[in-house]
Write a protein that binds this ligand. Structure first.
Ligand code: GLC
Length: 629
């Protein structure tokens, strides 16, 4: 009798569907039967530890609500637990606010144990099975997840898989010289091999943490540290690392996590002579992780953090037959949008969206205006070269504009990792501050303030027009400004990303009903936009989407069609009123005013948008009766 004879039929059924491919991939990587048997045994162990309620939830997510993340009622929010409400209990106490905002997807920034001063905002994990004590306990996380599930809110957590903190138990044992643990990382006796790597591997943090290796005095060796020196890269060439990390990932799923954000996933496989990014074996590992989660907790989603150019991002969806990630960040659209804010010229954004719209409809993006990280200028410079724009000079223009140095700009961003050698600074700041709200308030300029608020609303309308999950960065819904206090904090001041990681200003929520306040106007606008999106299935991710041609370089046009509903969306990136030279004979309704409006030569006020809608009588839908067909 084999051990498998005792396993639950449900598990065996799921395994049987996937084992052929999973084993093939695993053996191709590690060629180690014993390790593979351990891996599958571990999957069963985690499956049998899974709470019955979560198993029911699996059924719901996977069967009844399958594809939930592509529906037009999806609205996400991402937040630091401590910034929002001090700790996990605080989030539970403020749960009504999340419900009031209509949030259906909640991403809590990494809350796992992470050493103070060496935490990189929670991205240096010292224990994958423990919550940072200041934030609460695993039991709190489980309770919060249960609360979310009851309200049909899905929970996203980071799975920081590329590295551990240098205070993780494995790193501590490695520092003691224990070979078994040193083998979980990349150690070198001297700098000769690291120097070879440095010839081909770019730097992630050229100013705040230059180089990809650090000296480890405890063992007199060099250790690989792609990010910060206290974040030690894990060696996924070692099957023990992969087995244990997959277990850590599934442990989070068993606490109620629905979406795993695979942090820095392109970096997890390293090979000398390469740039150590997006190597083919990364895809093998992600595909095995996908199969493992389908076996243990179906309905769990993988969200890949692939902050790379489009040609590198899309492969992380895998193929339609062998998918990898369910969701990917729409990073180039986000960066191209901020480029458009500065240039007021929509050509690059059109070019970018054309490539997104051409992808298979199954590929779902997570859309966002801002997140906890900087905005990197990973734009299509070959395309921009056609407009005479050169990379270094253009990045300088974008940064000058968005930091408010440029004449006439009210934006208030700050540079991040300014690399004078490459001229490659990135940018930080909240949406409201980048839109000019902070600058207008500072200068007491009422007209500019109105313009900036309209701009903020228009960018959110653009966010909500795209297919996929729109995720709001907590605080943006009330127009939160930059937090400059990080400059005085010795643990934060070197990292300008903290400028947009301020505490949520709860006082602002007292004015949400008052549209005469900045926060009230922004909050009500975003809520209204989200409500409209929810009401009309034309916003569903299954819709056909195309670029609408307004023959005006300041106006972006997007068309959508689904089940007899049609939407024409126009976004004016210029300060002054512009005309969209479109000529559609049908009559439309303006979804913002609910008044009839013609789609002939549409005038769009500066920094504003228009959503024109019409419904076709007898339009075909999934519910259409085709019995007489
Ligand atoms: C990801 C995170 C970023 C962090 C890095 C290292 O890119 O988004 O905040 O610094 O990973 O873990």
């Amino acid at each position: 009798m084999s051990v498998r004879d005792t396993w639950a039929p449900e598990f065996l059924r799921r395994l049987a569907h996937r084992e052929d491919e999973m084993k093939w991939l695993y053996m191709e990587l590690y060629n180690n039967q014993e390790a593979y048997d351990y891996f599958v045994g571990m999957l069963y162990r985690v499956y049998s530890e899974r709470d019955e309620k979560l198993k029911l939830w699996d059924q719901y997510r996977h069967e009844q609500a399958s594809g939930w993340y592509r529906s037009n009622d999806m609205l996400g929010m991402v937040m630091y637990v401590n910034c929002f409400a001090e700790n996990l209990r605080g989030v539970m106490d403020h749960f009504d606010y999340l419900k009031q905002c209509g949030i259906k997807y909640l991403h809590l920034m990494p809350p796992l144990a992470s050493p103070k001063g060496k935490s990189d905002g929670g991205y240096a994990v010292s224990d994958f099975k423990k919550i940072e004590p200041e934030l609460g306990t695993m039991e709190d996380l489980r309770k919060l997840a249960a609360m979310c599930h009851k309200a049909r809110i899905y929970v996203c957590l980071d799975f920081v898989m590329n590295h551990t903190s240098d205070e993780h138990e494995w790193a501590i044992k490695a520092k003691e010289g224990q070979k078994e643990y040193m083998d979980r990382y990349f150690f070198f006796d001297d700098w000769s091999v690291p120097n070879e790597f440095e010839k081909t591997v770019p730097q992630v943090f050229p100013t705040t943490a230059p180089g990809n290796f650090s000296w480890c005095p405890e063992v007199n060796k060099v250790v690989m540290t792609t990010f910060y020196p206290y974040q030690w890269d894990l060696n996924y060439g070692n099957c023990v690392v992969f087995n244990d990390m997959t277990e850590n990932m599934l442990y989070l799923c068993n606490r109620g996590v629905d979406i795993l954000r695979l942090d820095a996933v392109p970096y997890i496989w390293k090979e000398l002579g390469t740039n150590c990014r997006n190597l083919p074996k990364v895809h093998t590992l992600v595909r095995i992780m996908r199969l493992a989660s389908e076996i243990v907790c179906p309905g769990t989603l993988l969200l890949g953090e692939v902050v790379m150019e489009p040609s590198k991002v899309v492969p992380y969806f895998g193929t339609v037959e062998k998918p990898e990630c369910h969701l990917l960040y729409n990073v180039t659209t986000m960066a191209s949008m901020w480029h458009t804010v500065a240039t007021k010229d929509v050509n690059l954004l059109k070019h970018q969206l054309a490539s997104v719209f051409a992808l298979p409809g199954e590929y779902t993006f997570l859309n966002y205006l801002r997140c906890h990280d900087d905005i990197g200028w990973g734009l299509d410079y070959d395309f921009l070269a056609g407009y005479g724009m050169e990379q270094v000079a253009h990045k300088k223009f974008l940064n000058d504009y968005l930091t408010g140095k440029y004449y006439g700009s009210y934006a208030r961003g700050e540079l991040y990792n300014d690399d004078p050698k490459l001229g490659d600074a990135r940018l930080c700041g909240t949406t409201a501050s980048l839109c000019g709200i902070e600058g207008a308030l500072e200068k007491n300029d009422a007209e500019k303030l109105r313009d900036a608020i309209r701009f903020d609303r228009m960018l959110h309308a653009f966010l909500l027009t795209q297919s996929g999950i729109p995720v709001i960065y907590s605080g943006d819904e009330v127009g939160q400004l930059n937090d400059n206090s990080y400059h005085d904090d010795p643990l934060k001041r070197e990292d300008s990303r903290y400028i947009h990681r301020g505490n949520f200003v709860w006082e602002k929520t007292a004015h949400l009903e008052d549209p005469k306040t900045v926060e009230g106007e922004i909050y009500q606008s975003i809520m209204k936009l989200a409500k409209i999106r929810k009401q009309y299935t034309v916003f569903n991710s299954k819709a056909d989407v195309w670029l609408l041609e307004p023959y005006n370089d300041h106006i972006l046009g997007i068309g959508r069609y689904y089940e007899g509903q049609k939407l024409l969306a126009l976004f004016n990136f210029a300060e002054d009123e512009e005309i969209a030279w479109i000529y559609e004979d049908e009559t439309y309704t303006d979804l913002w005013t609910m008044k009839p409006r013609s789609a002939h030569e549409v005038r769009v006020p500066g920094h504003d948008f228009v959503w024109l809608f019409r419904e076709y009588e007898g339009g075909y839908s999934d519910e259409t009766d085709l019995s007489g067909y």
